[in-house]
Write a protein that binds this ligand. Sequence first.
Ligand code: F6P
Length: 547
Amino acid sequence: MSNREELTTWKALQAHAKQMKNQHMNDLFAASDTRFEEFSIELAPFLLDYSKNIITTETMSALFTLAKDCEVEQWRTKMFSGKRINKTEDRAVLHTALRDRAQSPLMINGENIADNVQAALQQMKYFSDKVRQGQWLGYSGKRITDVVNIGVGGSNLGPQMVTEALKQYSDNSINVHYVSNVDGTQIANVLRPLNPEKVLFIVSSKTFTTTETITNAQTAMNWLVSSSFDKSAVAKHFVAVSSNKENAMNFGILAENIFDMWDWVGGRFSLWSAIGLPIALDLGFDKFIELLEGAHELDQHFYQAPLEQNAPVVMALLSVWNCTFLGAQSQAILPYDQSLHMLSAYMQQAEMESNGKSVSWDGDAINYPTVPSIWGELGINGQHAFYQYLHQSNNVVPADFIGSVTSVTPVKGHHETLMANFFAQTQALMSGVNEEQVRADLKAKGRTPEYIDKVAPHKVHQGNRPTNTILMKRISPRTLGSLIALYEHKIFVQGIILQICSFDQWGVELGKGLANQIHEELASGMDNPEHDDSTKGLISYYKGILD
Ligand code: F6P
């Protein structure tokens, strides 16, 4: 058993949660007119309002004590100083070093990694400038107009989410495309309109062993060679980002076109490394640096602010409170900013691959609920799709609402409508409306008593649904960098409180291994009697139709 449950604070929080389950936020707001002030944190890029949670001063105080008892501050120091906190893989966790704009020296395995980071950034600058300025030429001497990033998971979601979010900052000198799925439909659709003479491929794979990525890269190579009729064209059209230089070179990519990655950067935390090349190519290297600066600002806040004023710590504690103590099983990410349309997909990997585990870092079973399933969609689209569930289902889904004070694309009359919905939804989710109010409202509208009896129960909203609101000044490389770092550190603190190793992902291995085995069976036509009856039946049906 994980020892968190033995902590006095843990037990106190369990008892407190039983009382708080009967509390309505309406009463908590009525009891204090300083709730917003007490439960909000203002930082340079955004305001975090967490007052619409089922919390009191006592709740937060117990949660901060829990953070202290779990040694969050000490773990934070360990992470920033390069201790091997990825216990199961025996690695340091240093995505913060990738964006350390102070370039503080940090020795890892006998090397000052600050030097390595700066050298890698210089390489990225040189390369991205060259491509953007039309000096990197394809096999027929034409300038590159399109870049296709081939990668999946952490080698795709971060760069794609960021380039989508910062579209307004692109000068469109390069069109960036993404291929992540091994379903051939995606790569075929991406390549169809492109001219091979003007395309550059980035094969992004930390391990360079991911079957889906290698399959897509091979298809891209065949597509190129079938146009150029010359294998040497590959050198001019393929670069790689990988820590497995050998595999990348065996694939045919020149050593000088391989951008390094290090074992102290996890895939889902890697957009700050050369995995972010598509960002630099799309926006220009200076904007990529602004993204790093925004993340660095948040890193400093996380490192220096006391726990009580520390935005990522507060968000982590609230997640633990809502899920582990109050029993919520999922969490919605609801951006009210079109730029962030990929944010929830990105957060799914960030949080669920990090903390979706049921064994503690010491290998003991964890009996308490850990992290929620993360899901979401742009808020307005969600309102007309699944918000019914958020407002009236029996399952309470805590949600993060993320909006911007000013739009990057001001269009007359739009932003206020958007923001009116943004503010209205968290109020409605919190306050709800009781039957008495519903009946009075229907009566005031002149409805008959029969109609009121029939409809009133359906119009009741219980409210008391927890939300956090993150109100950003405006989406920019800098504010986006801060926002992503906020969530990264939240996930880290969550892991510490829950006693989870947040930086491994053993749970993806079993399926991968089996897929490789079945792939061989499909290719050879052999049947494997060891599959369960369902899998045997499915494979046999598949083969039967193919035959
Ligand atoms: O299968 C999961 C995973 O290992 C992720 O953790 C990672 O981001 C992704 O696959 C891609 O891995 P790679 O960059 O090594 O191709």
